[in-house]
Write a protein that binds this ligand. Structure first.
Ligand code: URA
Length: 312
């Protein structure tokens, strides 16, 4: 993939982005034997020979973008003073130094992105970049409709109210209840804290989706490289197509981006069977929520299709 030279140089650990610009304008960098002084010149580190002062840049790695199925019991930090296993311990044959995009708790499993591309990671972590993140949650004991309704409408945490979430009850047994919760925020331990706030005890938490990405095809501890299309689509907030600024955000476009969240203030609808309750939401995003119970559901991994319906 072609990238700006200063990005390639800084990622190779040679200097900062600013330092790389100085090296380029000083005429010390060449691509395929030709000195490049123009900032913004692009090269493909996988294809082109890039040199600094005539010496080949040994670690001119191209962008690495990975989707890992994180097992529980791994840290998403790059070091752990307590010596616990790190997610990067699971990566074999990965060129360059990659780090996680956002965090999953030590005991949370599921979908985690990793990259060596700081710009991309920062863009995804930015609060403006609100993609849907889907979780399967095993709760100790039973969950009441009131608790589901509260989770969906937004709960008060010590760092403020949570935005409306899509919540559905997937399965319940004598001792446990499995919920599907989709949020678009990414606050610290958000799902666990939301559950605690309504009196629920989380036994197991797994992130099953991130925008349009899922864990399909991966077993716990495995990872795959994202396709270029997936990387670019995530940069656009999950949209399959580049959005046109002149066209208003329609429900179909939001669905294509992997979200039904509306970027306007409004109301959230929570549905229990035939009962429909409309709630005012405090967040600028009003999100459709359907809470349903279907005793026939057996798999917490696969919420029944059509459970979460977009508002008409
Ligand atoms: N919410 C949590 O509580 N923990 C995670 O790891 C991710 C979301």
């Amino acid at each position: 993939m072609e990238e700006r030279l200063q990005k390639i140089l800084s990622r190779a650990g040679i200097t900062s982005r600013r330092g790389a610009e100085e090296l380029i304008t000083a005429g010390r960098v060449a691509v395929n034997g030709r000195v490049v002084t123009e900032l913004g010149t692009k090269a493909d580190p996988g294809r082109d020979s890039i040199t600094l002062d005539g010496k080949k840049i040994a670690h001119a790695v191209s962008g690495v973008y990975l989707l890992l199925y994180k097992p529980a019991g791994y840290m998403t930090t790059l070091k752990d003073p307590e010596g616990r296993p790190l997610v990067t311990d699971l990566l074999k044959d990965v060129r360059g130094r990659v780090y996680p995009v956002g965090r999953l708790d030590y005991n949370t499993e599921g979908l985690l992105l990793l990259t060596n591309d700081g710009d991309w990671a920062n863009a995804l972590a930015h609060p403006r970049h609100e993609v849907d993140k889907g979780y399967h949650v095993r709760i100790r004991g039973r969950v009441t409709e009131e608790q589901l309704r509260k989770l969906a409408a937004g709960v008060q945490l010590d760092d403020g109210m949570t935005a409306p979430a899509a919540v559905s009850l997937v399965r319940e047994s004598e001792s446990n209840t499995w919920l599907s919760i989709t949020i678009h925020e990414g606050r610290y331990r958000q799902v666990r804290r939301m559950c605690e706030a309504v009196g629920l005890s989380v036994v197991r938490l797994k992130r099953v989706s991130y925008a349009f990405l899922t864990l399909e095809g991966l077993r716990s501890g495995e990872y795959r490289t994202l396709s270029r299309d997936e990387v670019e689509r995530l940069s656009r907030g999950g949209s399959a197509e580049k959005p046109s600024k002149s066209v208003p955000d329609t429900r179909d476009e939001r669905r294509a981006r992997g979200t039904t969240a509306r970027p306007v203030a409004g109301k959230a609808t929570v549905k229990y069977g035939d009962k429909r309750i409309t709630e005012k939401v405090r967040d600028r995003k009003a999100q459709d929520m359907v809470i349903g119970r279907k005793k026939s559901d057996t798999s917490p991994e696969r919420p029944a299709k059509g459970r979460r319906k977009p508002r008409a």
